[in-house]
Every structure is written in structure tokens, then in C-alpha cells.
Design a protein. Structure first.
Length: 288
């Protein structure tokens, strides 16, 4: 064999060995199984498996972008990993995750987060004479400004009843805010206050929402009779109830109410798009 042929053969053997090393590195790690790569973007307490790659990137970006929900000088992502005392950041992050899953744009999510956690509007609402549903001493108070002829008010009632059933630490407080475009709303509000004088506010409240298209004066008296109220007292109390309703409306104007239903949780304005969003507000208050 010539020297040239020998060196060509040795070069080919070296190249084959090098390729083998690249193709099977684990073969040379004696007694050590290959370790899977740690999943990137895993966040304690949050299940992000359902997110697409693009949504996962957006969610991670938002966690790095938004500040701690507890007002501390670091990002939500840092709060989740290092600040176990800030339970509110986990609630806020779960809400962000839902917004991403629901397909909201980054700009829309930023606006919603800012409104809810960074520029939240809170008020001192006088509820001293208002009817309460649930534990009167519950730490979470939902104040609802409502109009008995308002379809959106009727639509939110099942959600409010649902969270009262789910959370023993939540109470609902009702304030009247009859709108001028609803001809029977003022009388209906006064009738509900009058029924409350005989311990039947919530029964009467439910009856009005169940019969939203039947709220003439004759209907209001008929409901009182069906509930076996003292009708003469009911009618007298109804006329006197205008002052109470006007006081409720004044509270609504104080909190800059522009329509109904107006919902405030522990004095802070809330937007109720779904039962999940309402639960999120409640969980945030309970985490404090």
C-alpha cells in the first residue's frame, strides 16, 4: 500500500469516528441517562399547556411587562416566583391567562389590567340602610346599583346568586338606580322598598325581575297581595319610599354611574363580562 493510500484510509476512518461522536453522544456518558430539557416558560401555579406558542410568548411578555399586583417594585413574573406573600399576583396572572386564551389583543389586555390593578376607581358607598343578601358580616361586599326594568340587570342576577352560593364570605347589597327611560322603574323601586318594610324585599325583588314586562301600579299591588303583605301599609310605605330611592340614586351619581347594572366590589368598580370574571374579582379580594 502506498503512503498516499494509507493516509487517505486513515483520514476516512477519523471522519467516520467523528460523525459517530456527533450522532450518538449519549453512548459515551457511561451510566448516565440523557436528561430531558426543562420546559421553558413554566410558571408556578399556572397551567399554560393549552396555549399556542405565540400565545405563550405573549403571556410571558405580559408577565414580564406588568408590575406586581401588590404594588411592589418588580414584575408579575418575579412576584410569582419569589413573593409567595403576594397571592394577588397569582389571581391577576390567572385573569391575564384567561384574557390571552379568549383572544384579546395585547393593547386590550394592557388597558384592562391598568384599569383593574393600576388605576382602579374605588369609592366610599353608603350602604347603611340597604338590603343585604348573604352573611351581613362577610368580608367581600358586592354593591349592585340596579333598575328593575333593565334587561342587563336581569341578566346579571343569576351570576350574583351563583357566587353567593359558592362563597360564604360574600354578601350582596342592593341599591336602586331607576333610569328615566324606563317608565315603571321608579314605582317598582319604591314598591320593593315598601315590601322590605314587611321583611319581603328579596322575594319582591325576585318577583319583579321574573316579571320585568309586568310592572304597572296594578301589577305591583297584585304582587304584594300574592305575598300576603298588608296592602294598605304597603301602599303607604311605597309613597314614602321615594326618599329612599332618591338617596340610592345620589350614591350612584357619587360613584360616577353611567348606566345599570353598576357593580362595585369592596367599593371598587368592577366589570362583569362572565361568571369567571366575577369569581376573579372575589378571589382577588379574598387573597388580600
Amino acid at each position: 500500500m502506498t503512503h498516499t493510500a494509507y493516509f487517505l484510509r486513515r483520514a476516512a476512518q477519523s471522519a467516520t469516528l467523528a460523525l459517530g461522536l456527533l450522532a450518538a453522544p449519549a453512548a459515551f456518558a457511561v451510566g448516565e441517562a440523557p436528561k430531558p430539557a426543562a420546559p421553558s416558560g413554566d410558571i408556578p401555579g399556572l397551567d399554560t399547556k393549552s396555549l399556542s406558542d405565540s400565545d405563550r410568548k405573549l403571556f410571558t411578555k405580559l408577565l414580564d411587562k406588568f408590575p406586581s399586583a401588590c404594588g411592589k417594585p418588580h414584575a408579575l413574573s418575579v412576584s410569582l416566583r419569589t413573593d409567595a406573600s403576594c397571592k394577588l399576583s397569582l389571581v391577576a396572572s390567572k385573569w391575564l391567562l384567561k384574557l390571552v386564551n379568549d383572544g384579546f389583543l395585547e393593547s386590550e389586555i394592557e388597558e384592562k389590567y391598568s384599569e383593574r390593578y393600576l388605576q382602579r376607581k374605588c369609592y366610599n358607598i353608603d350602604i347603611s340602610a340597604a338590603p343585604v343578601r348573604g352573611d351581613a358580616k362577610a368580608p367581600v361586599t358586592i354593591v349592585e346599583f340596579s333598575d328593575f326594568e333593565c334587561p342587563a340587570c336581569r341578566a346579571v342576577e343569576p351570576m350574583l346568586k351563583q357566587v353567593l352560593a359558592e362563597y360564604s364570605k360574600v354578601r350582596l347589597v342592593f341599591l336602586n338606580y331607576p333610569l328615566p327611560m324606563h317608565p315603571n322603574a321608579m314605582n317598582a323601586a319604591m314598591a320593593a322598598v315598601a315590601a322590605g318594610k314587611q321583611g319581603k324585599f328579596w322575594s319582591y325583588h325576585d318577583k319583579l325581575f321574573e316579571n320585568q314586562d309586568k310592572q304597572t301600579m296594578a301589577d305591583l299591588v297584585r304582587y304584594a297581595m300574592e305575598m300576603k303583605l298588608d296592602v294598605n301599609k304597603f301602599q303607604a310605605d311605597m309613597q314614602a319610599a321615594r326618599e329612599r330611592v332618591e338617596k340610592d340614586k345620589a350614591e350612584g351619581k357619587k360613584v360616577e354611574l353611567t348606566g345599570t347594572p353598576g357593580v362595585f366590589i369592596n367599593g371598587c368598580k368592577a366589570r362583569l363580562g362572565s361568571i369567571e370574571e366575577l369569581r376573579s374579582y372575589i378571589e382577588a379580594e379574598l387573597s388580600k
